[in-house]
Design a protein around this ligand. Structure first.
Ligand code: NAP
Length: 319
């Protein structure tokens, strides 16, 4: 199999954090392998990784996370210096009846990537979720808080984290939350559609978290690679601030109305999780404390509401 390479500029990076080590990591000219390129985060990563080197960007057809032989063969052929893995089974409710598939994609496959990364001394960048927690914490979760997933998706993602950590490979695991963007299935796009169709939206108000734009995750990932100087482990990566799904829906509807996208503005009513039963339970508190990321990579997390506005601005620019 041959792969289309997206050639980037020269692969030397000098910055405030450990420039010499970073340059060494790229000096062999090995590419970056990116999975899941049609997903919310994967799509954005295709662009943000470009300045960092040659990117081998693979979709499900060329890199199927349920096919260990294909995964190993591609990794042998590509021999990446960095593996970035946003591919995942993300259908939280469906996972309750497809636990084996969720586990194969979210746990077994990341374990295989980690083994390969260890063999090649590659850096593995992987994404995980706030759903590794049960949501009973009254304050934002830090990375070292005890995990206790309350649904199948959360258990499969936790098993993925554990497989990576057990492999001993160099890795960064970014736990994120409530991801949205202009592509794919997500809460923002669902609300924009429903706001046009309905007079009233009934939205859960007793779950708290930070809506996080997929573009911000991809940009932060690229910055973390550029500034990487041996940092390792789990990092929480979400927008700053917090709201409920009801608060998020209200902000979306308000913003869309101000932009003149809605002929009539629906009422956004609060409901409790108990009024909207789903196959998978969700944590009440999904807030992630991102201090470690900010400190170790000299980054600042933008506020969720500001990010939503910028995301909708970018939708406007193509209308
Ligand atoms: N979405 C959220 O709210 C959320 C919250 C917390 C954490 N996360 C984590 O953040 C990361 C990125 O999520 P996202 O929102 O970008 O996910 P997404 O939009 O659902 O995209 C997932 C990608 O994985 C690919 N994929 C699924 N099964 C595959 C398989 N068998 N082989 C290869 N690729 C496969 C999909 O391919 P197709 O396009 O072919 O279907 C899709 O491109 C994931 O690790 C996720 O667990 C997401």
């Amino acid at each position: 199999m041959t792969f289309k390479k997206h050639a980037g500029p020269p692969q030397v990076f000098l910055g405030p954090l450990g420039g010499e080590r970073r340059a060494a990591a790229f000096s062999e000219g090995r590419p970056i392998l990116l999975t899941g390129i049609n997903g919310q985060v994967g799509w954005e990563l295709q662009r943000t990784l470009q300045p960092l080197g040659t990117v081998i960007a693979l979709d499900r057809a060329r890199f199927n996370m349920t096919d260990p032989d294909q995964i190993r063969a591609v990794l042998r052929e590509v021999n990446p210096a960095i593996i970035v893995n946003p591919a995942a089974y993300t259908a939280v409710d469906k996972a309750e009846s497809e636990a084996d598939l969720a586990t194969a994609i979210n746990a077994t496959a990341p374990g295989i990537l980690a083994e390969a990364a260890k063999q090649r001394d590659a850096l593995l960048i992987h994404y995980s979720t706030d759903y590794v927690f049960d949501g009973s914490n009254p304050i934002p979760y830090v990375e070292s808080d005890p995990v206790c997933p309350i649904n199948t998706y959360g258990r499969s993602k936790l098993a993925g984290e554990q497989a990576i950590q057990a492999s001993g490979c160099r890795h960064l695991i970014f736990r994120t939350s409530w991801v949205y963007g202009l592509r794919g299935q997500n809460f923002l796009r669902t609300m924009l559609r429903l706001a046009k169709e309905r007079d009233e939206l009934r939205i859960v108000a007793d779950q708290t978290g930070a809506p996080t734009w997929s573009r911000m995750i991809a940009e932060t990932t690229a910055l973390a690679i550029a500034r990487h100087a041996g940092q390792q482990g789990i990092y929480h990566l979400a927008a700053a601030g917090a709201t409920s799904w009801h608060g998020f829906a209200s902000a979306i509807v308000e913003d869309a109305a101000e932009r003149g996208w809605l002929e009539k503005v629906p009422a956004v009513r609060r409901i409790a999780s108990a009024d909207f039963p789903t196959p998978a339970r969700r944590p009440a508190n999904s807030r992630l404390n991102c201090d470690r990321l900010q400190h170790d990579f000299a980054l600042r997390q933008p506020d969720w509401a500001e990010e939503l506005r910028l995301c909708l601005d970018s939708a406007l620019s193509i209308q």
